[in-house]
Design a protein around this ligand. Structure first.
Ligand code: HEC
Ligand code: HEC
Length: 281
């Protein structure tokens, strides 16, 4: 693994050899669904990484165990709330999600392909944007706030029915320019610390940064239940927190920049299993 040099970085990163590697462990959900937490890097990353690793491998024993059983996973409480919302009519058309989509299980396989190009919108759409399109255009209901409770809970419910399936976002065709914008953001150094996403999550994963074990910053586990704030968190909110930690101006959840970044980061995890809702610190 490459090491950063420089006065600031020397104080930011400390390598603790004992914890420098991700654990050697396997995740089997509810003793029946194997989750791929480690796999060969997708072709577009072959110059940078050999393997891609889920953030699960960088968490402590208890946190990993909590995620392996839905009864112990506090994120599943929010999934249950969303399952109720799925069946509940909302808006002027008097429809619920289930009026058109039947059982939520019919959405298995959808989450792994998002963000994706939407022909009608003429842009790359995230899952939350797609849900809001249904709410405003088909239900006569108000859009849910980006990464806010109802939206993030529904995203987690849609993720939960796809767990174990490989992330598989398309990066070519009409999605390519957003993907390239996301890649550029990923490698751009920002803030007083002049750090890019890659400086931490590509060059230094496995190392300790303050009290945190740095992962590859994958989003296959999103939405994520964080022990720190005891609720589900969206990928855009996580990006915002990471950028703020470099003491830079950041973008808003739902912005074009974060949509592009989500597509790019998701593509770095193509081949890892969908894991959300996962549990992190
Ligand atoms: C009036 C019918 C209707 C209702 C109600 C409805 N949807 Fe949809 N939904 C659609 C249609 C039609 C599409 C396909 C649109 C397309 O492909 O562009 C769709 C697409 C989707 C997709 C994308 C599926 C894919 O394969 O990419 C998601 C996710 C989704 N809806 C979620 C929801 C959620 C969550 C709700 C409730 C908040 C909801 N929908 C309510 C009709 C509806
Ligand atoms: C100064 C180092 C640093 C930078 C720069 C940074 N992050 Fe992070 N990031 C962290 C730390 C520390 C964590 C928490 C531990 C972990 O999961 O890696 C984290 C966590 C994450 C996670 C959660 C991973 C999971 O499995 O839950 C994602 C996603 C993420 N970062 C993406 C990004 C993106 C995208 C950027 C660039 C916009 C970025 N990070 C920039 C330090 C950084």
């Amino acid at each position: 693994m490459k090491k950063l040099t420089g006065a600031i970085l020397a104080t930011v990163f400390t390598t603790t050899l004992a914890s420098a590697e991700p654990v050697d462990d396997t995740l089997i959900l509810n003793e029946e669904t194997p989750i791929v937490t480690r796999t060969a890097a997708p072709a577009h990353l072959s110059d940078a990484l050999d393997e891609v690793l889920s953030g699960w491998l960088f968490r402590g024993t208890e946190t990993r165990a909590m995620q392996s059983d839905d009864f112990d996973n506090p994120g599943m409480i929010f999934v249950e709330q969303a399952m109720e919302a799925w069946e509940t009519a909302d808006g002027t058309a008097g429809k619920s999600c289930s009026s058109c989509h039947n059982e939520i299980e019919s959405m298995a396989g959808v989450k792994p392909t998002y963000p994706k190009w939407d022909e009608n919108a003429g842009s790359v759409q995230t899952l939350q944007m797609q849900m809001n399109e249904c709410r405003t255009e088909r239900m006569g209901a108000e859009a849910w706030g980006y990464d806010k409770g109802p939206a993030i809970n529904m995203e987690a419910a849609l993720s939960s029915v796809s767990r174990g399936m490989p992330v598989n976002v398309a990066i070519d065709g009409p999605a390519q320019s957003a993907w390239e914008q996301g890649k550029e953001l990923y490698y751009t150094r920002t803030g007083q610390l002049e750090l890019s996403c890659a400086n931490c999550h590509e060059d230094n994963y496995g190392n300790m940064i303050r009290a945190d074990h740095l992962s590859q910053g994958q989003i296959n586990g999103f939405p994520v239940y964080r022990l720190k704030n005891t609720k589900l968190n969206g990928a855009h909110s996580r990006f915002k927190g990471c950028i703020r930690d470099t003491r830079a101006e950041t973008y808003a959840p739902g912005s074009d920049e974060f949509i592009a970044l989500e597509l790019y980061v998701a593509s770095r995890g193509n081949g890892l299993s969908v894991e959300g809702p996962s549990i992190r610190n």
